[in-house]
Design a protein around this ligand. Sequence first.
Ligand code: ZN
Length: 482
Amino acid sequence: MSTDDMKKGSVEVIPDINEDFSAWYTGVVRQAKLADYTTLKGCMVIRPYGYALWENMQAHLDARIKATGHVNAYFPLLIPESLLAKEAEHVQGFAPEVAWVTHGGEKELEERVCIRPTSEAIICSLYSKWIQSYRDLPVLINQWANVVRWEKVTRLFLRTTEFLWQEGHTCHRTEAEAINEALKMLEVYERFYAEDLAIPVLKGLKSQSEKFAGARDTFCVEALMKDGRALQVGTTHDLGQHFAKVFDITFLDEDESQKYVWQTSWGVSTRSVGAVVMTHGDERGLRLPPRIAPVQVVIVPILFDRSREETFHYCSYVGEILSEFRVELDDSDKSPGWKFSEHELRGVPLRLEVGPRDMEGDQVTMVRRDTGEKRPVLIEDLPGVIKETLDLVQDELYRQALVYREERTFRVKTLAELSDGLEEVRGFHHAPWCGDVICETRVKEETKATIRLLPFDQPEEKGACLVCGKDGRWEAIFARAY
Ligand SMILES: [Zn+2]
C-alpha cells in the first residue's frame, strides 16, 4: 500500500456494496473490528467494539424484558443426553447440530452430555421440581447465555457455531395466558428492533414446516437486509403443554386438580448485530443507530503545529460539556482524512471537527454520518444540538430502512410471477397460499424462497394459491432468506 492509500484510509479496501454484498458484509465486520474468525472453523471472536455494540443492545433488550415482569437466571451449559432425548421432536430437530462431550479429562463418561443448543430440556427438568401449586405461576424467567450449534456453513454474527443470546422460558396456568405471553414478547422484540436498532420488522406466524422443533406455533419478527434477503431476527414459541407432559411439569390448581402448565420460550441472538450492519451500512461502512452506538460522537482535532496545544485543550473542553453522551476524542497522530474515513467505517453517528477557524468562532463543525450533512454549531448550543441531532439520526435510519422495505415489497399471484419477481428485485413477496406443505416445498425448490411469515393482518379475500390454484387459506410472505 502506498502512503497515498494509507492517507485515504482503510475504507478503500471494503468491497463494493453493490457488486458483492456478501464480501462487503464480511469486510465491514472485520475492518470495523466488530468480529473476526478464529482457527476453529465457525467460531468467531467478538472484538471490543463489536462487544460494546452488543452490550448496548443487550442493555436495551434486558430492560424491556424486565419491564414486562421477567427475571434473569442462569442454567448449566451441559445437558445430559437422557434429558435432551426425552422429547423426540425436539431432539430430532437439533440432532444434526448438537456438540457432545464424551470425556471428563481422560475418563469416558457413562452418559454423554451435550452443550446446550437451546435450554428447554434442562430448564423444564427444573421447573417440574419448582412448580407445585397455581400459586407458583406464572414463572417468567430469562437467561443470557451462549449456545452451540454445529453449523456446516457459517458467517460472522449470522450463523456461528457458538453464539450469544437471551432465551426466555415461561410457565402459565392457562392456555390463553401462554399465547398472550408469546405474542407480548413478539411485540417487545418488534419495539426493540424499531426503537433501539432503527430496524422495521414484520411480525407474524411461521408455517408449520418452519416452526421450532417441539413448539405448537412459532411467531417471528423478520427484517429485510440491503441485498433484499430476509433475516429472521427473533422468535417466540407457543409450546402448548408438549414439554410439560414430557417433563411432568404439573401444578395443583385452585379446584384441587392436577394440571399441566402451558409454556412459552423466546429468543434473540447476536445475529441482531448482523442485522444492524446489513440494514444500515453503506459503501463507506457501518452506520450505527445512536441509541446503541458504542461511540455517539467523535471529536477530531485538525492540528497545526502552532495551535496544537490550544486545539487539544479546546477539544477536551468540548468533550467535557458533552459528558452526557458517549464521546471519543481521537487524539492519534493520523491525518484528519484518515480519521474521517475510519470513524465513518465504524459508523459513529456524529463527528465534530475542530480546526483554527472553529476555535476562532467558538464553534465546532458537526458532520452527520447518515446524511453527510455538515454545519457549524456554536459551543454554547452544542449539548442541545447534539441531543436533537442524535434523535434525528436515529429516526432517519429507521425511515430509510422502512422506505427501502416498502420499495421492495411486492404482490404476486403465481409461482411464475414470484420466480420472475425474485430474479428482478429481491424482497418480500406477498402471495396467497393454500396452507399445504407440498405447495410450500415446490416454491422453495423452484425459487429458493421460503415462507418467512404469515402476517397477523390477513386480507378478507386471499385469492387462489400461487402454486395449486386452490382457495388460499393464508396470505404468505415469501423471500430468500439468510
Ligand atoms: Zn396450494
